[in-house]
Design a protein around this ligand. Sequence first.
Ligand code: PGA
Length: 253
Amino acid sequence: MRKKIVAGNWKMNKTLEEAVALTSEVVNMIKDEVTSDVQVVLCPPSLYLTTLRQYVQGNSRIALGAQNCHEKASGAYTGEIAASMLKSIDVQYVILGHSERRQYFGETNAQLAEKVNISLENGLTPIFCCGESLEQRQSSDFIGFVKNQITESLFHLTPEAFGKIVIAYEPIWAIGTGLTATADQAQEMHAALRQHIGEKYGEEIADNTSILYGGSANAQNAAELFANPDVDGGLIGGASLKSRDFTTVVKAA
Ligand code: PGA
């Protein structure tokens, strides 16, 4: 059975004090209110990961993730963070290929393939983001575009390695815009991606791959999105910055 996952991508938000407050609120609310076995992943700015570790240690339902890592093992890459460093502080997940990284930092499918490799070598679980722009959505082959992101960054993996990947489908036109994909639009893409994975790795691996939806998912719309058979949770931006909203989204999964 594939895992239900709700990950909060805090992006470049929160001071240390605010990050600690949000984490402890979320930890308490999940403990008190969430009975399902959904995996929660908090992805704060990397700077806070070591501090926040103590709030989730020993709690298998809540893990920490980074928002990015570098594709090289170590060396002269000023300002960057290596996968091995994340591993050394018990980080379990890493978001890779978020559209903001692709758009503002020029990350390419080929570079993301390297980031995926180094993350897996260090025992991190990549949350691999893919998704089309509004312009691509209006063209006829937007599904092909997203499939190709997966092909170029992930399909070099062995079946065993691919089995460790979490996918997040995030239509760029829905990120931070308040425009959400409809439940049908999300289901259509998720099913197409699962089929694409199945054609390469077989039905069992495709069935076991968690495919999350991201893009203005929030406390109001999460239940409808997550009710789709191929939507296995969410990657949540704005709504992950408030403990009550985020917990409501977790409960919806
Ligand atoms: P949003 O962001 O929920 O604020 O749209 C999602 C994301 O970028 O992961």
